[in-house]
Design a protein around this ligand. Structure first.
Ligand code: NAG
Ligand code: NAG
Ligand code: NAG
Ligand code: NAG
Ligand code: NAG
Ligand code: NAG
Length: 311
């Protein structure tokens, strides 16, 4: 109940100003394309391992560094830790590992709890700011803006992260990079994915699969993600986080949503276009369930410092 009230307070405080300031019709339309059901086996084979890697990012950095974080680590088997950064405080953790099952370099970003992501999203100081064109040269002149708090978080670890991924690629000969994260970690992961895609050798396949993604930037950012790295993002039932910040403030999701309507039925749906109205974007404000933000995704993956099952 507390979480529901918090979410409703967030909606009213973020919605009131822009509704007064923007005339109707200035907001980009949501996609209306027909959704399609996805077979559980297909969703699991492409997204379950990224979810498991994102879950490990909530464990302590010491336990990740020797891959002794308990069930989240053992679920992934024999993975080689390469590097971590961040302090698990102001600067959220990321880690880099080598996954021998498909010879890939994995990058996962830690998220934050529901109350904290809401406070970040709700901070009026942290609206849309210009994307750092020095870091993303091909974005110049496109009018791309991203959430200030997400970009600040991304910038704090971007240089060390690129150095670690580049070293991992050359040391292992891997030709794939898989980036994942949940919540705040999902938003930062989209920036990391786009950054790595333009920074590593073009022959390297960079994929991006994230969970509980809030909107991270404007229409031009959504288009940039779609045309460069491409995002796959899973949204869970009535989780309110993917619906904020609102589109009335100029925010827009990229394409690539996979929505779960019913966890127990494993009912997964592919939602074409950006902000498809048949998926999270169409969720009623009155039916939010903030617990859905943490999961479970699939049957057994729950995110959060206290909920991930780290030892
Ligand atoms: C809506 O999308 C179009 C096409 O991408 C873009 O040119 C326009 O700026 C967007 N409008 C708003 C208000 O973001
Ligand atoms: C892994 O690291 C932790 C924290 O540094 C330490 O307590 C533990 O003994 C280590 N485990 C192994 C198997 O090395
Ligand atoms: C784990 O992988 C490393 C490096 O590939 C290898 O040396 C080690 O024997 C493997 N351990 C197990 C238990 O499979
Ligand atoms: C923009 O990116 C460059 C590296 O490309 C970095 O040196 C600089 O600090 C970044 N600017 C901000 C405001 O984060
Ligand atoms: C999945 O959920 C949607 C939306 O509630 C519903 O229309 C559809 O019938 C469900 N599919 C299955 C296989 O349960
Ligand atoms: C909210 O979702 C959780 C699982 O994420 C579920 O256990 C709980 O029953 C749901 N609450 C309501 C009111 O539907």
């Amino acid at each position: 109940m507390f979480a529901l009230l918090t979410v409703l307070a967030l909606f009213s405080s973020t919605l009131s100003a822009p509704i007064l300031g923007l005339s109707p019709g200035t907001e980009n339309a949501s996609a209306t394309g027909t959704t399609t059901s996805l077979a559980l086996a297909n969703v699991e084979s492409s997204l379950k391992r990224p979810a498991q890697f994102a879950r490990v990012a909530f464990c302590s950095s010491a336990s990740i560094s020797n891959w002794t974080c308990g069930p989240p680590c053992t679920a992934l088997g024999n993975v080689t830790f390469l590097q971590s950064g961040g302090d698990q405080g102001l600067i959220p953790l990321y880690y880099i590992a080598h996954d021998p099952t498909d010879n890939s370099i994995v990058v996962a970003h830690e998220g934050t709890d529901t109350a904290n992501i809401l406070s970040i999203l709700n901070d009026v100081e942290l609206g849309l700011v210009d994307l750092n064109v020095t870091r993303f040269p091909s974005s110049a002149g496109k009018g791309i803006q991203v959430h200030s708090g997400f970009q600040q978080t991304f910038e704090r670890t971007a240089d060390g992260l690129l150095a670690g991924v580049s070293k991992g690629l050359s040391d292992t000969g891997a030709k794939k990079v898989a980036v994942s994260g949940h919540s705040l970690g999902a938003a930062v992961a989209t920036m990391t994915g786009a950054f790595l895609k333009q920074s590593v050798d073009p022959s390297v396949d960079v994929s991006l699969a994230v969970f509980g993604l809030p909107r991270g930037g404007n229409q031009a950012w959504a288009d940039f993600l779609d045309s460069t790295v491409g995002v796959t993002y899973m949204t869970n039932q009535q989780d309110p986080i993917p619906t904020v910040p609102p589109r009335s403030l100029g925010f827009q999701h990229p394409s690539g949503e996979i929505h779960s309507f019913d966890q127990s039925q494993n009912n997964f749906t592919s939602c074409p276009g950006q902000d498809n109205e048949h998926c999270s974007t169409g969720n009623s404000v009155l039916e939010v369930n903030a617990t859905n933000h943490d999961g479970p995704y699939f049957d057994d993956i729950t995110f959060g410092r206290t909920r991930s099952g780290c030892t």
